[in-house]
Design a binder for this molecule. Structure first.
Ligand code: NAG
Ligand code: NAG
Ligand code: NAG
Length: 305
């Protein structure tokens, strides 16, 4: 008996090594052929244009089984939100009232592009990790952070996210409204934002130009060219149309902006920007002055000066 185990192991090893060496060998042969046939190659060389690309979510080995499962679900929610937002714009273009509400008179192609990058873009150039490498997860309310100068293509998701962020299936539940609740309420919407911070996704162009719901609506009127690349506007629009078109069809849960919105902003716990804004401070943020110039109509729409 004792002698058979090493024999089996040897058999397994010898059985596996030629097969794993196979592709390498074949690739070397291909290279040799190409070099030899320095004129017109007689047989076409195999060319995989997207070699190295990946559609798998790049979840770092530091994530345990629980985190990995919840993160995968959250990222799939982010892709679902983005894909529907894209589809809504592809269907209605700039004629959609929802579109005009968040993006004003801007042409719709850039919006379609950001959402499609999240839904279908290559995922091989960024990573999402779970270890607290930069020590920011200890900061109160931080659900995660982009690693910035420490690793531009990496985002850390802190333990808080796994216990607080809601699944997309719960959209419009738990008393949530688009206008008043934090953008990080649903894991998917939170991750839309975090993905846009990855340079390979947001390209440094999708950024922060306005924060609160009221500020985003104001931006759509004042600077539509910025609204279409404002990460918060992209989150709000995706949530609002998914709620109206999919979650609670024909009804949604836009809600009304008001005092609660400011509460929501404080609870956001977004964290992770190079210069985090009023995440933990109770002091009124710059939002208040902008929000003060907006008023809510009887139909629940917020109109800003
Ligand atoms: C939407 O696009 C059309 C062109 O198809 C343009 O004439 C119109 O001004 C745009 N509407 C808005 C509200 O931006
Ligand atoms: C980068 O690392 C340093 C040192 O660990 C840390 O102080 C800083 O907060 C980190 N930056 C970010 C954006 O996390
Ligand atoms: C994974 O990590 C989380 C903290 O983010 C912890 O609560 C959970 O118990 C861990 N799961 C396993 C299976 O170790």
């Amino acid at each position: 008996m004792k002698g058979t185990i090493p024999t089996v192991l040897l058999a397994l090893l010898s059985g596996s090594s030629p097969s794993s060496a196979g592709p390498v060998q074949r690739r070397q042969e291909t290279v040799t052929q190409t070099v030899t046939a320095s004129g017109a190659p007689s047989t076409p060389t195999q060319w995989t244009w997207n070699a190295g690309g990946s559609q798998a979510w790049p979840i770092h080995e530091s994530c345990n089984a629980t985190e990995r499962a919840l993160l995968k679900k959250g990222l799939e929610d982010a892709a679902a939100l983005a894909a529907h937002a894209r589809d809504h714009v592809l269907r209605f273009g700039n004629g959609s009232a929802m579109y005009q509400k968040y993006f004003g008179a801007a042409a719709s192609a850039e919006v379609v592009g950001w959402y499609d990058k999240i839904a279908n873009g290559d995922r091989s150039r960024f990573k999402i990790r779970c270890d607290d490498v930069d020590g920011n997860c200890a900061l109160p309310g931080w659900g995660g952070h982009w690693r910035g100068e420490n690793a531009t293509d990496e985002t850390v998701i802190c333990p808080l996210s796994y216990t607080t962020r809601k699944p997309l299936e719960g959209l419009c539940g738990y008393g949530y409204t688009v206008a008043r609740s934090p953008l990080s309420f649903y894991f998917g919407a939170d991750l839309v934002h975090r993905l846009l911070h990855m340079p390979s996704v947001g390209e440094g162009a999708a950024e922060h130009f306005a924060d609160s719901y009221a500020e985003c609506l104001e931006l759509a009127r004042a600077a539509p060219a910025e609204a279409v690349r404002n990460s918060h506007s992209l989150q709000y629009f995706a949530l609002d149309v998914y709620a109206f078109d999919v979650a609670v069809p024909g009804e949604g849960c836009t809600g009304k902006a008001g005092k609660g919105e400011e509460e929501g902003k404080k609870e956001d716990g977004h964290g992770g920007h190079p210069a985090p804004t009023a995440t933990t401070s109770g002091a009124p943020s710059t939002t208040s002055s902008a929000a003060a110039e907006c008023h809510t109509h009887a139909d629940g729409e917020v109109h800003c000066a």
